[in-house]
Design a protein around this ligand. Structure first.
Ligand code: ADP
Ligand code: MG
Length: 328
């Protein structure tokens, strides 16, 4: 008598959720990414009790068609890729079709959405991934309300850090997408307090200014270099001491080799920079881990050469006239 069996769906769901939804900030990340992929011009995030009680994300993107809502909550359900050719040239933030499914497995979710081509949308409620009810609703874009996160996974809940730490992760995640998408207006409220509320703007420099304040922005050194389809844009400054933010094709990533090389090239004792790296989409593979914060490059040495070449030129500060022009 064999002893191997296929796990029931409820356990499969919790395992999948364990990889995608590590903490409240992971939910914020996935929902913001979906709003960006939906072409939103404005994204608002409301948090209650460090995200455990409630995470609400409201966007004005294209919305989900009534007939697609239930499918969107199935595992591996995505509108963003169709075949394996798409997989090697990904232009959206999402592509795995796992976020809504995974978040729903470990929370109670309400989604109110209407596709731009429809006159009526839907309001749908799930508890631990199972559909409770659905009714017609009229709205614009998509609102997703995640409540009682990890209510059915007490161990995951127990491993969360202090509310202060979880809030800090949420704010950092939120800031990352603000920085990478200056053309979108963003707001964040935590327990009814406005943390950030910024209109769209037209450059990353102005966005840094909106997010971190004028003093930090004014003291930044800005360096850019490009070759072929590769581009590195570096913002370096004392005000960022201890911080390193790396964005690859507008996605925040954990790339220690890039952090290390920038520190080496610019002889920094500790990281103090934000860097935006652009490579051809087919040369970066984000399909490493469900959280998509890891990446494999075809040509890592090309990026590293650019970083060192950029450092060889004397670090130049942006002239104050140019800066005034940028924030005007
Ligand atoms: P993925 O983003 O990898 O496709 P998700 O589980 O995050 O997978 O979302 C599933 C699908 O639901 C998406 O492909 C998209 O079609 C739709 N969707 C999710 N969130 C939104 C949103 N805010 N606006 C419009 N469509 C959305
Ligand atoms: Mg997604």
């Amino acid at each position: 008598m064999g002893k191997i069996q296929i796990l029931p769906e409820s356990i499969v769901g919790k395992i999948a959720a364990g990889e995608v939804v590590e903490r409240p900030a992971s939910v914020v990340k996935e929902l913001i990414e979906n709003s960006i992929d939906a072409g939103a011009n404005s994204i608002s995030v409301y948090i209650k009790k460090s995200g455990i009680a409630e995470i609400k994300v409201i966007d004005d993107g294209e919305g989900i068609a009534s007939e697609d809502v239930l499918t969107a909550f199935q595992r591996h359900a995505t509108s963003k890729i169709k075949d394996d050719r798409d997989l090697i040239r990904i232009s959206s933030l999402g592509f795995r079709g796992e976020a809504l499914y995974s978040i729903a497995q470990v929370s109670k979710i309400k989604i109110i959405t209407q596709h731009i081509t429809e006159n009526t949308g839907t309001e749908t409620y799930f508890v631990a991934g199972s559909l409770k009810w659905q009714k017609p609703a009229v709205t614009r874009g998509t609102t997703i309300e995640v409540s009682e996160l990890f209510f059915n996974t007490p161990v995951r809940r127990k491993f969360l850090k202090s509310p202060y730490t979880e809030k800090a992760h949420i704010i950092e995640t939120f800031q990352n997408y603000c920085l990478a998408y200056p053309e979108i207006s963003f707001s964040l409220f935590i327990d009814d307090e406005e943390i950030l509320n910024i209109p769209e703007t037209d450059s990353i420099y102005k966005r840094i200014w909106q997010v971190f304040g004028v003093e930090l922005a004014e003291n930044l050194k800005i360096k850019t270099i490009s070759k072929d389809d590769y581009r590195v844009e570096l913002f370096l400054g004392d005000g960022l001491k201890g911080k390193s933010k790396v964005f690859l094709n507008r996605r925040p990533v954990k790339e220690q080799s890039i952090v290390g090389n920038i520190c080496k090239a610019f002889q920094l004792m500790q990281p103090q920079f934000i860097v935006f790296i652009t490579v051809p989409p087919e040369e970066a593979d984000f399909n490493v881990h469900p959280a998509k914060t890891q990446v494999r490059f075809c040509n890592p040495q090309k990026i590293h050469q650019l970083i060192f070449r950029m450092a060889e030129a004397e670090p130049s500060s942006l002239s104050s006239a140019a800066r005034e022009n940028m924030v005007a």
